[in-house]
Design a protein around this ligand. Structure first.
Ligand code: NI
Length: 168
């Protein structure tokens, strides 16, 4: 396993629509292991393949932060089926280190997710998990969480982020 470099805000590869994962391969298995390791090393709960420069509909979530292997979730070609309610809470992204902002998300999401063997399953997430699922699926559509904000706030965040990136 290896920690892979994470692309950061401003990289055009983060804005691309990803492509569906095809047949599961050893290379994909290694990629997923690396993504879990990278998320853990960077103290994130999730990571999407585009963030490590791989343009695929693939993401990992581990809300236990490495504490419980049973909590490791791999999203493959996920699609949101429906959402319910709203929640407002802080959100961050490994591609925008140092920025955490409050954002409204659905409180519950139901999604369709493919397994490695090609079968499809429905998954539900609530509260923090729902937020993580929406955040990672957004990455697969080329969307970062800061893009929910209006242009003025986004520019403010961008300046703050660039200032931090220069000094770190
Ligand atoms: Ni992110």
């Amino acid at each position: 396993m290896a920690v892979r470099p994470v692309l950061t805000w401003g990289d055009p590869r983060l804005k691309k629509q990803s492509e569906d994962v095809g047949e599961w391969t050893d290379a994909l298995e290694r990629l997923v292991e690396d993504m879990f390791e990278t998320a853990l090393a960077e103290e994130g709960v999730g990571l999407a393949a585009p963030q490590v420069g791989v343009n695929l509909n693939l993401a990992v979530i581990d809300v236990s932060a490495g504490e419980d292997p049973a909590q490791k979730l791999v999203l493959i070609n996920p699609e949101i089926l429906d959402t319910e309610g709203t929640q407002v809470g802080p959100e961050g992204c490994l591609s925008i280190p140092g920025i955490r902002e409050s954002l409204e998300r659905p409180r519950r999401v139901r999604l369709r997710n493919r397994a490695k063997d090609g079968s499809w399953h429905e998954l539900e997430g609530e509260d923090f998990m729902a937020r993580a699922m929406c955040h990672e699926i957004d990455h697969l559509r080329g969307r970062l969480f800061v893009e929910y904000f209006g242009p003025v706030k986004r520019q403010l965040l961008q300046r703050r982020y660039q200032k931090m990136a220069r000094t770190s």
